[in-house]
Every structure is written in C-alpha cells, then in structure tokens.
Design a protein around this ligand. Sequence first.
Ligand SMILES: [Zn+2]
Length: 249
Amino acid sequence: MKKAEAWRYLIVTGMIACTLVLVEYTGTVEVDDSLPVKSDLPRTIDGWVGVRTLYCQNEVCGKMLPMNLAEAGVNTCPLCGAKVSSMSVAERKHLPVDTIIIRKNYRNESTNRWILVSVVISGRERSSIHRPEWCLPGQGYRIAAYRHESVACEDHRSLPVTFIKIQAPGSLSTLQYGWFCYWFISKTHEVGSQTARLAWMAWDNVFYGVFRKWAYVSILADRVDSEQEEYDVEILKDFIKELRMVIRP
Ligand SMILES: [Zn+2]
C-alpha cells in the first residue's frame, strides 16, 4: 500500500471509530430512507437501447436469460422453469435483504456494442456496497490498469469516475480489453472511490447524525482493441454523462 493510500485508510478508519463512539454517547443516528437515484433505468440512453437483465433463481441452474427473452417479458427460466429476478442467486444470498439492484444491458444498434449498467442501492446495513475491485477477480476478470477520470456534466459539475481496464475471462489475446467504470451517489455527494464514500458516510453520521443511502453505479463495456483506448474512454464518458442525468431523482 502506498503512503498516501495508507493515510487515507487511517483517516477513514479514525472517522468511523469516532462515529461509533459518538453514536454510543449521543444517541442513535437518524436513517434517511430516501433513494439517491431513481428506482428504474430508462428504455434508452442517448441512442443506446436497454433491456432488463434477468437471472434464474434456481441455485443449480442460475443462468442469465438471453436478452431477447428478457425483452419479451418472460418470467420463468426456459431451461428449468424456475422464477427469474433482476438479482442473481449469489447476490440474493450475500447481500442484505433491503438492497436494491437495477440493471439493464444497453446496445448501440449502429455499432453493435453493448454497455451493462448496474445500480446497487444500499439498505440500512453497510455491507450492501463493498469495494468494486474485490468482485472483478472473483468473476474471472484480470485488472490491467486504473484511470481516474472526471466527466464534465451539464450542470457544470465534474463527476469523478474510476475507470478500470479489464481483461475478460477466457480472453486469449492481450489486445482485447473491456472497461469497468464506477462512481457513488448519495443525496448530497457524488464520489469516484470507496474511500471517499466511507469518509462522507462517517462525516454525515458524526456531524449531521444521519445515515444516508448510497447508490453504487457501475458500467461494464465490451471488449475493444487497445489501439482505440482514448476513443473508447470518450464514448464511455459521454454515456456516463447522460446516465447521470437520467438517474438522478
Ligand atoms: Zn433455470
């Protein structure tokens, strides 16, 4: 761990410890249940057309339904007949019950590229959202590089977003990469890292006595040729700018 990173962790840990002590001595923290983002994703985002993603709820099968079936409004798994849901079996098992997950697969018809958008809205427990980097290797992705980008938004804000260049599972060519990008939204803040999110959470608890819900917004984009890297980043930034506009309440 780098020195600066170690300091950040130390500060966040200190703030969380302070919160616990203060809550212990000053009473309970008020929970603000209002959602930081809308509870659904739109049908289209800037020319990209979205389809819900659905997962079979049978633990043995657990397949993701093909997009055409999801689009047709099928509500049982064509392989085993079990119910389907927007949450995978693993997510349902490991996340607190009041966690909300909204997901859509967006396709651009002219380029035939896709972007999977996932929004996880935390419940009353802290464990709904964890460090994104923990999940990627578990799903078979290799992390190749990090970029900290800022996306210029229409309200003159600059949105911090973490871009992770990933190598997809089973990809043999080192030229083939994809992108995983994320940021976090609460009613009062938008940040590009888990450390910053935890720091604001502790700040809200300590100084305002409130626990706010957070949304973890991520996008997964398909494989691209590494020679197009800068072009891809710009396309994704445009998409993120529009996505932010349509999901804010
Ligand atoms: Zn099934």
